[in-house]
Design a protein. Sequence first.
Length: 64
Amino acid sequence: MGSTGKRTLREVRDWVGRRLGRRTGGRRLAAEGRTAQAEARLLRTRDEILRTVAEARRRYAARR
């Protein structure tokens, strides 16, 4: 994840878990953190898509 993107609380929590697992050698904890972090990114992407769709519907609904 780049430094320009906003991280949600969930992403930060999962990032910390992944990092903790990596530092302590907990492979399972690190894997869970990676999975949860990927899920959080997908949810953020879904929310962005839904916002864009809603905006497009508002913008172009009057032209029908």
